[in-house]
Structures are given as C-alpha cells and as structure tokens.
Design a protein around this ligand. Structure first.
Ligand code: TXA
Ligand code: MG
Length: 360
C-alpha cells in the first residue's frame, strides 16, 4: 500500500485544510490514518465499521483481545455510543475534556464489536490536539484509535516513528511534529464505584481525586518492585503485554535515594562493561552529569530524557529515547527509577512494561 504523507506546518486554521479533507475522505472509505494527538500519535479508523477497525489490528499486528479507545470531537456525541453518562463522568469531562483522559463507560452497542473486543464497556476520549480535532470534525466519525506503533514497540511521539513502524501498511500519516505529553492518556473505569485507575497518564490520580474524591488503583498496576501481573489479571487488557519496549533487554535500577540509585547504576555499568557488554543508560540531565563525572565515557550509550526537576520533560522524551537505543545496538539498557507521584506514576508504569518487570 502506498502511504500518503501530509505535513501540517501550522495548526491554527485547519478548516478546509486539503490534507485534513483528504484524510477524512479516506477514513470514510474505511481506510486507516495516523494522526497526532496531545499524547501520542494515534491510528484512526471509523469506529462504527468492523471492516475499518479490522484494518487497524492488521496494520499494528495487535492481538484482537485488546480493545481500542474511541475518540470523539464533542462531549454531546457520548450518548451516541454509551448507555449512560454517570455523574462522576460528567464532573470529570467538565474539567478534563478535551484532554488526555479516557473513560470506560457502558457501551450501548453502537460501535463495532472489534473496537471493544466483545466487552460490554467502551473506552472514550476527547483528544485536545488541533489536528485530531479537525480530523474528527471533518470526518464526522467516531474514530477508534490505538497508538500508531507496531504492537509491542514504544508509542510514537513523532511522525517519523509512525513512518518507520507503519509505512506501506496504512493509507496516510498526518505529520504535525512532536506530540506534547508523550505518554498515552490516563484510563479510568467509571463503570465501577469508586472509579478505578486502569492506566496512569498525564492526568494524575491526585488531580482525579480533587474532582471526584476516592479513586482506586487496579491491583495489576503494581509498579514498584517485582511486577505481580503474572498472578493478577489486569482489567485493562492492554496492560498485560510487554510493551513500549526497545529491542535490547531493559532493567530498572532503584535505590534508597536518588544518589544511591546513581551509585548502584554506576556499579552495574562498570561491571557489565568489564564483561564486554555494550551498555545503554536511560537517564536525565542530572544523572548524566553524575556518570560522566564518575568516569563513564563514550563507550557507554547515554540517552537523556529531560530533567528530574520537571517530570513532564521526562514523559515527553521517554519513547523517543527508548526507540533511539535500537539505532545503537546496545546489549542491555539500564534505566533510572522516578518518583511515582503526579506524572511519575505513568513514567514508572511504562518503564515497568518496557522492562517486563525486571528490577535490579
Ligand atoms: O493517549 C491515548 O490514549 C492514545 C491516543 C492515540 O489517543 N491511545 C492509546 O490507545 O493509547 P491504546 O489502544 O494503545 O491503548 C488503549 C488502552 C489499552 O490498555 C486497552 O486495553 C484499554 O485502553 N481499553 C480499551 N477499551 C477498554 C475497555 N472497554 N475496558 C478496559 N480497558 C480498555
Ligand atoms: Mg498502545
């Protein structure tokens, strides 16, 4: 398949933008289009068409038991696909829509059955990116859209990531530069009371609690120490796979304090280096200074994703840096641990998945 590639230079006035109109027309013909959202690039198709949605699963190589998020333009469209909108959902949407929050609601059966993988519930979100919104508006469709990566690899935060994973497998890619948040939306199940966090994201548990009070956390989301996923079945089917992963094995290094973690990581690097391994370090500006000052040289591949002073910078660059390791042929990657408050919970969740739950 010949993949169309459209670059959108400025996102201010997208009404009747030719690229948006072409992409929308292809969506109406059951084709699959990659587009930027404020979190990561999505791979969209008409959520009302089983044939269109099956093209997403085929392009990604995604297991069919992993349901998709339906993206809508406007909160008023919710009643077209869900049975009811509970009060907590209304409160949350008033504060966080459009934005990086996905709600699990009771489906009314309108969306294609492969969107929900046969579940009675449906995941819905209202993306807050001008290109995503323009595409939703121009197509007039609810769009089922997972992240636009091949299944298992890190989600794409730039159009070049989508291109390297999916060129030739989808009808088109809308390129509007790097996404903002860098990690996928927060997923909250509001079919249960109290609501349960299924996937941490940029909208933190603390922020959700400020609006709706008690929020529980899916026990399968144990993100400290050894992953318990093997024994606890996750409620969000997508969370059970090794995910977001670079080619080389990744281990997370923890410690009593940040300094202690740096020291432990350094010791492991020196040890691995002595055994002839090519080592990668996933770190921050602060960590890099420490390793370089302690004798780590260019034979170790250091990737910096932002600063500990602002964890949103770490979130924004994490997937790109994980992908970059694939170009450096490292044998093993050591990643630092981050605090698990605010967006840190999402960062550690994705690292845990990329590591397959391996900690040292
Ligand atoms: O930020 C995002 O959410 C991005 C952009 C493109 O919008 N999309 C995204 O989609 O991350 P995806 O397919 O990669 O992740 C969807 C997650 C999976 O973990 C899936 O299992 C869960 O949402 N999910 C979808 N429907 C569900 C349902 N009915 N019940 C529980 N979990 C559900
Ligand atoms: Mg994904």
């Amino acid at each position: 398949m010949n993949t169309r590639f459209w670059v959108i230079e400025q996102t201010e006035s997208l009404d009747n933008h030719p690229a948006i109109l072409e992409a929308a027309a292809l969506l109406q013909q059951s084709e699959v289009i990659a587009f930027p959202t404020e979190t990561v690039y999505g791979l969209g198709a008409n959520a009302l068409s089983e044939a269109a949605v099956s093209n997403i699963f085929a392009a990604k190589g995604r297991p069919s038991d992993n349901p998709l998020i339906v993206h809508l333009y406007d909160v008023n469209q919710l009643t077209e696909i869900v049975r009811e909108v509970p009060t907590v959902a209304m409160h949350l949407l008033k504060v966080f829509a459009p934005g990086p929050l996905t709600l699990i609601l009771h489906s009314n059966g309108s969306v294609a059955s492969n969107v929900t993988a046969g579940l009675p519930s449906v995941a819905v979100r209202f993306p807050d990116h001008p290109v995503a919104r323009a595409l939703l508006q121009a197509s007039g469709l609810p769009l089922a859209a997972p992240s636009a990566n091949r299944s298992g690899s890190p989600s794409p935060t730039e159009a070049s990531h989508v291109r390297s994973d999916l060129e030739g497998r989808i009808a088109g890619i809308l390129d509007a530069g790097a996404t903002g948040v860098g990690l996928e939306s927060t997923v909250l199940d509001v079919t249960v009371s109290p609501p349960m966090l299924l996937r941490p994201g940029a909208i933190s548990v603390e922020e959700l609690q400020e609006v709706i009070g008690e929020v529980t956390i899916d026990p399968a989301l144990n993100i400290q120490g050894i992953s318990e996923e093997a024994i606890i079945a996750p409620r969000s089917p997508g969370m059970k796979y090794r995910h977001y992963a670079p080619a080389a094995p990744l281990w997370i290094v923890n410690g009593e304090t940040t300094e202690d973690m740096y020291e432990r990581l350094l010791t492991h690097v020196q040890h691995l280096h002595a055994t002839g391994k090519k080592v990668g370090i996933l770190t921050t500006q602060e960590g890099k200074s420490f390793y370089v000052n302690n004798g780590i040289d260019d034979s170790v591949v250091i990737k910096v994703c932002g600063t500990r002073g602002d964890l949103t910078t770490v979130a924004r660059h994490l997937y790109d840096r994980l992908r970059q390791f694939n170009h450096n042929d490292v044998d093993i990657i050591l990643a630092e641990t981050f605090p698990t408050h605010g967006i840190g919970k999402a960062i550690m969740n994705r690292l845990d998945k990329a590591a397959g739950g391996r900690y040292v």
